[in-house]
Design a protein around this ligand. Structure first.
Ligand code: ADP
Length: 479
């Protein structure tokens, strides 16, 4: 058991902070190491390579002018410009040109004997015509000189030896200065890097840790939690999104609780009535009247409606419903629906339209839409007890509106009423008011049909709910 837990702990991924600190550390180490390698160890070889390239260039310039009249003058210019000794001789050391910088009195070529020149010539040829060497000057202590020699054959066929000799500035003191600098730099950079490697990740991850803590609170059902987005823009945005999610969750949770209360109340009331009336009828033979039976049937019908609404909405929202689409006469089905209200003798349902309109859709579901709208209008109808329906045709679409002259809906609630479970009037008015699911069903069904919908309402004057669907051609006669 213990072992299992330990294994689990060791498999935990590294924190963002640790990742960043590690990255920082590796980068700082690599930077310092590279500085050391280049400035201390490779400085000498680099310098020598550059000097050799310079000598090569000077030698090429001399060779290019070997046949010129002004070779002497040009070589002197080159000697002064490059600061190096330059000689051009034959294989036996007989010099044609020889220019020396003053400080080079102790130079090698200045002191070579004819025999040594001949040997050098051979040596250069043995090396393939090119020869480079670094040596200590004879007189000036530790001074180093770079010796570069090439052999060439002139167009006339005679052999020449071009030698360039230049001073190598001693690097020891430079390296020493750099070393001290590097040590200082390392001493400053190492603690600074370590500090930043700890500080920056901590600064970045602290808001994340806080957000994570708040999210745990949210997960435990505390919707009042607020997310703080300090630190950076991204964390600010994350916090804002989470705050929005928390608000939405809290809203849904509130509605859910309300629905549960409403639904249980709405289920219990008819059940109590059914049970009560049934018991009275069982115990008192005189009470077994058609009116009482009708009450039981009505209450059962109410229960049925409620359960059906709940089922419909959950199916619609789960997206498991498949529409059974057909082309049908919308005007006709509205007329059919209105006949269901015949028993409400004191209400009036004027329906105005110019011609019959056909639509493509699920007839049953769209009838439910009209039914829910009319039902609401009846429930919230005004003194005149009139629910006016109107069907208009506009640019390939058909628009149906259901208007009442009742209490109307406050402007700030117009958006919310389409939410499931939402009721403007929170007090329970069971005799009239439904479950708060009706408009949600309307919205879902119309969305599935690609329809549009809306409401215009004025407090105290009434509300007009409308929806629009694409209009279709009527079916051929006899179909
Ligand atoms: P309910 O079953 O409560 O009517 P609905 O989803 O159909 O649920 O409607 C949601 C809320 O919208 C209602 O509770 C009511 O407050 C408001 N509402 C709907 N239709 C009307 C209307 N015609 N007049 C005034 N208010 C309405």
């Amino acid at each position: 058991m213990r072992k299992g837990m330990q294994e689990k702990a060791s498999r935990r991924p590294m924190s963002v902070g640790a990742h960043m600190a590690l990255g920082f550390g590796v980068f700082a180490l690599a930077a310092v190491a590279l500085l050391w390698v280049f400035q201390i160890f490779l400085l000498g070889p680099f310098y020598q390579a550059i000097k050799t390239a310079e000598a090569e260039k000077t030698a090429r310039a001399v060779i290019a002018r070997l046949e010129d009249q002004d070779l002497e003058l040009r070589t002197r210019e080159l000697c002064l410009r490059s600061g190096s000794n330059i000689t051009v001789s034959d294989p036996l050391g007989r010099q044609y040109v020889g220019w020396y910088i003053n400080t080079f009195r102790d130079s090698l070529i200045f002191n070579l004997t004819s025999r040594e020149w001949a040997e050098l010539y051979n040596q250069v040829n043995l090396q393939g015509g090119r020869y480079t060497r670094v040596f200590q000057s004879r007189t000036a202590g530790a001074m180093e000189l770079l010796f570069y020699a090439v052999t060439v054959r002139t167009p006339q066929g005679s052999d020449r030896l071009v030698v360039i000799e230049s001073e190598l500035t001693p690097l020891a003191s430079t390296v020493e200065t750099l070393l001290v600098q590097l040590i200082c730099l390392t001493l400053v950079l190492a603690p600074l890097g370590a500090f930043l490697a700890v500080y920056i990740p901590r600064r970045l991850t602290r808001p994340l840790t806080e957000i994570s803590e708040s999210a745990k609170q949210l997960a435990r059902g505390d919707y009042s939690v607020r997310f703080e987005g300090r630190g950076g823009r991204e964390t600010g945005e994350l916090a804002a999104t989470l705050n929005f999610a928390a608000e939405e969750l809290s809203k849904t949770e509130g509605l859910r609780r309300e629905l549960l209360a409403n639904v249980s109340h709405d289920l219990r009331t008819p059940l109590t009535m059914i049970k009560g009336y049934a018991e009275v009828m069982r115990d008192l033979p005189g009470e077994n009247s058609p009116e009482n039976i009708q009450i039981i049937i009505d209450e059962a019908g109410r229960l049925n409606d409620l359960v059906n609404d709940l089922l419909d909405l959950s199916r619609l929202e789960a997206g498991v419903i498949t529409l059974e689409k057909e082309r049908f006469n919308l005007t006709e089905s509205i007329r059919d629906i209105l006949t269901r209200y015949d028993k409400l003798a004191d209400y009036r349902f004027p329906f105005s339209y110019q011609e019959e309109a056909w639509v493509e859709g699920d007839k049953l579901k769209l009838s439910q839409v009209v039914y829910n709208l009319v039902n609401n209008a009846v429930n919230y109808a005004g003194e005149d007890k009139t629910v006016s329906l109107r069907q208009e045709l506009r640019e390939g679409r058909v628009r149906v509106s259901v208007a009442d002259t009742g209490e109307g809906i406050p402007a700030d609630k117009l958006r919310d009423i389409w939410e499931r479970y939402y009721k403007v009037d929170r007090e329970h008015r069971r005799a009239q008011v439904g479950t708060g699911l009706g408009l949600s069903i309307v919205k879902n069904v119309l969305d599935l049909h690609g329809g549009t919908y809306g409401v215009v309402s004025e407090l105290g004057k009434g509300s007009t709910f409308w929806f629009e669907l694409p209009r279709e051609e009527s079916l051929p006669v006899g179909h």
